[in-house]
Design a protein around this ligand. Structure first.
Ligand code: ADP
Length: 337
């Protein structure tokens, strides 16, 4: 296992007039054994960052260290990493055992050792009964576990996951998330996991890197990112429905944006005057989309409480210790008042 240190990392695709900077001066220290999720919308540079750590993309500036080795110029095979992709990339004509053993055979690991490592990985991943099957005889979730098994048997210092769950249906995704957490608890290998899905990020990460257009907007635990978003981007990217960002809420000082999460407002006799526009029942809770002057906002209410209907006027009171203030120019979080 090893720590990963990214120092002033940058990536530029193309040259001259066509140069396109897609990673901007990114620095982060990842501790030995940590599970880090890199999350952000499509095109923000997540895969580029992961691929630079893997050695599949050249670094344009800055350094990547794995343990105390700067790996910028090392080949992927010399970096002691294993990568799990979205398309499992299993060999269709090989059994599960051979798929998992292949890389070790190429590396001329003795057969007894290969068998021991594959058996151990198959035990952890509950693939023991499936070792003689071909990939086509497996479900999507099982194939993804074989892909993880193939990474585990290499006993790498670092695991890199590139959106490994995006081909699975919602139920299987949730189950595989639990398996990845269990795997990390058992093996404790430093991991970088890329996803565009904020729920996946919140549930898997020990700490998460939130990216926007090649910049690291915030690096923190899921609690920190949710409770104290560093920018309006993070505030609206993490959380569903997203945080309300209001420019003209009552008592908002000029130059500031007020953020309030949909679950942090209560219906009250007086307070902010709203008009309900749409009401959606989601089972345990109800979402009310309402107008406050010229702005719209979303409320999330317990479905067991009475709720307004579309067209109703009503008032809410925001919970005072749940207000977030952002600079309207820089869009960064302001110190709490
Ligand atoms: P993400 O993984 O967050 O969706 P990527 O890292 O794939 O984002 O891409 C980040 C940016 O870099 C995008 O604007 C993308 O178009 C650009 N990009 C990615 N790969 C290349 C490439 N090989 N050549 C030029 N531009 C690229």
């Amino acid at each position: 296992m090893a720590a990963i240190t990214l120092t002033h990392l940058s990536k530029i695709y193309g040259q001259g007039a066509k140069a396109n900077r897609v990673i901007h001066d990114l620095s982060a220290e990842i501790a030995h054994g940590e599970f880090i999720v890199i999350v952000g919308p499509s095109g923000c540079g997540k895969s580029t960052l992961l691929r630079m750590v893997a050695g599949l993309e050249e670094v344009s500036g800055g350094t990547i260290a794995i343990g105390d080795r700067v790996v910028n110029t090392l080949e992927p095979a010399e970096r002691d990493i294993a990568m799990v992709f979205q398309n499992y990339a299993l060999y269709p004509h090989m059994s599960v055992f051979d798929n998992m053993a292949y890389g070790l055979k190429i590396a001329k690991v003795p057969m007894a050792e290969i068998k021991a490592r594959v058996d151990k990985a198959a035990g952890i991943l509950e693939l023991g009964g499936l070792l003689q099957r071909k990939p086509r005889e497996l479900s999507g979730g099982q194939r993804q576990r074989v892909a993880m098994g193939r990474a585990i048997v290499r006993q790498p210092q670092v695991f890199l996951f590139d959106e490994p769950l995006s081909n699975l249906d919602a139920k299987l995704r949730a189950q595989t998330r639990l398996e990845i957490q269990k795997l990390h608890r058992e093996l404790g290998i430093t991991s970088l996991f890329v996803t565009h899905d904020q729920v996946e990020a919140m549930t898997l990460a020990q700490r998460m890197v939130v990216m926007n257009a090649g910049h690291m907007e915030q690096f923190g635990t899921p609690e920190e990112v949710y409770n104290r978003p560093a920018s309006t981007f993070v505030a609206s990217f993490i959380g569903s429905p997203p945080m309300n960002l209001l420019h003209q809420a009552p008592n908002t000082p000029a130059g500031r944006i007020l953020g309030i999460r949909p679950e942090h407002m209560d219906i009250s006799a007086s307070g902010w005057p709203l008009v309900a526009e749409t009401v959606e029942l989601l089972g345990a809770e109800r979402l009310v989309y309402a107008r406050l002057g010229t702005e719209t906002l979303t409320l999330r209410l317990d479905a067991s409480h009475p709720a307004p209907s579309a067209g109703d006027s009503f008032c809410v009171t925001p919970r005072p210790n749940q207000l977030h203030w952002f600079d309207a120019q820089t869009r960064r979080r302001l110190p709490d008042a």
